[in-house]
Design a protein around this ligand. Structure first.
Ligand code: C2E
Ligand code: CA
Ligand code: CA
Ligand code: CA
Length: 277
C-alpha cells in the first residue's frame, strides 16, 4: 500500500505527463499497426548441444514505428495487453510463425520446432485451444513442430484453468515450454502441475557460468532435475564459448543466445538453415 502512494504521486509529475502522452499515442499507433499487420517476427535459433544443429527457432515480435523507431516487445506487448489488442496480435503472430515454419519445411529444409511466446491474457480466452488448432489447420503445420512458451507469471493467476488448457494443447501434440524458468514464485511445483516438455533456464542464471558459483550450481540443479523428470532444458542468453563449453559438459540439451545468433529475419534464417543441413 505504501508503494501505491508513491506511484500516485509520480503520475502527476511533469515527466510522467510526457510519457503518458507518448503511451496514449503509442496505443493508437499500435492499434493501427495491428490492423495493418505492421508487426513482424524475427527468429533466433535454438541449437542442440550434442549435434550443434539448429533444432528450433524462437519467434520474437518487433514493431517498426514510423516515428519512434523499433519499439521493444517488452514495451508494446504490455501496451497490447492494456489496450485489449493482445488476442488479435497474438493470433496474428502465431499464424505468421506457423506459416513460416511450414514454408521452410515445404522448401526442403530439415524440420525444426517453432517457439511462440504467449501472454497470460491469451490463456484467459475460453476458446484459445480452438484458436490454436484452427491456426495449425489453416497453415498446415503439424502440431509437433510448434512449441508454446509461457512464463511462470502467466500461470500464477489462474493455475487450474491454465493447466487444463495446456493439457488439451499437449494432447494435440504441441510442446509446452516454461520460459524464464526459476524467476517465478513456484517454479518447482509447476514442473509437476503443468508437465512441460521444455524448461528454459532464465538468462540471469546463465550469466558468468562457470565463474559465478551460485549460477553454476542453480543451472546444474535445474538440468539434473529436468533430466530425471524427462523434461528438455534450454539455456537462454548464451553469449560466450566458456558458457557453451560448460553447459555442454553438464548436459544441457539445447542453447540459445548471441553466441550463435541474435534474432534475425526469416531470409537470413534460411541461410543458416542451409548451412546446418
Ligand atoms: P523472452 O521470451 O525471454 O525472449 C528472450 C529475449 O532475450 C529476447 O528479447 C532476445 O532477443 C533476448 N536474447 C536472446 N539471446 C540473448 C543473449 O545472448 N543475450 C541477451 N542479453 N539477450 C538475448 P526480445 O526479443 O527483446 O524480447 C523480450 C521479451 O518480449 C521476450 O522475452 C518475451 O517475453 C516478449 N516477447 C517477444 N515476442 C513476443 C510475442 O510474440 N508475444 C509475447 N506475448 N511476448 C513476446
Ligand atoms: Ca521466450
Ligand atoms: Ca526467456
Ligand atoms: Ca523474459
Amino acid at each position: 500500500a505504501k508503494d501505491e502512494g508513491k506511484n500516485k504521486y509520480q503520475i502527476f509529475s511533469p515527466t510522467m505527463n510526457i510519457s503518458m502522452y507518448k503511451k496514449f499515442t503509442l496505443q493508437n499507433d499500435l492499434r493501427k499497426a495491428v490492423q495493418e499487420k505492421n508487426i513482424f517476427l524475427l527468429y533466433q535459433p535454438r541449437i542442440d548441444s550434442k549435434s550443434n544443429k539448429i533444432v528450433g527457432a524462437e519467434a520474437l515480435a518487433r514493431w517498426k514505428h514510423p516515428e519512434w523507431g523499433i519499439v521493444s516487445p517488452e514495451e508494446f506487448i504490455t501496451l497490447a495487453e492494456e489496450s485489449g489488442l493482445i488476442n488479435t496480435l497474438g493470433e496474428q503472430l502465431l499464424y505468421m510463425a506457423c506459416a513460416q515454419n511450414k514454408k521452410w519445411q515445404d522448401q526442403g529444409y530439415d524440420s525444426i520446432k517453432i517457439s511462440v511466446n504467449f501472454s497470460a491474457l491469451q490463456f484467459l480466452q475460453v476458446n484459445i485451444v480452438d484458436t490454436v488448432e484452427n491456426i495449425l489447420a489453416a497453415t498446415g503445420l503439424e502440431p509437433k513442430w510448434l512449441e508454446i512458451e509461457i512464463t511462470e507469471t502467466v500461470v500464477m493467476e489462474n493455475e487450474a484453468n491454465i493447466a487444463l488448457k495446456l493439457e488439451q494443447l499437449r494432447e494435440m501434440g504441441i510442446s509446452i515450454a516454461i520460459d524464464d524458468f526459476g524467476t517465478g514464485y513456484s517454479s518447482l511445483s509447476y514442473l509437476k502441475t503443468l508437465k512441460p516438455s521444455t524448461v528454459k533456464i532464465d538468462r540471469s542464471f546463465i550469466q558468468q557460468i562457470p565463474i559465478d558459483i551460485e549460477n553454476t550450481e542453480i543451472a546444474t540443479a535445474i538440468i539434473k532435475l529436468s533430466e530425471k523428470l524427462k523434461i528438455d532444458v534450454v539455456a537462454e542468453g548464451v553469449e560466450t564459448s566458456e558458457q557453451y563449453a560448460y553447459l555442454r559438459k553438464i548436459h544441457c540439451n539445447e542453447m540459445q543466445g548471441y553466441l550463435f545468433s541474435k534474432p534475425i529475419a526469416s531470409e537470413e534464417f534460411e541461410r543458416i538453415l542451409k548451412i546446418g543441413k
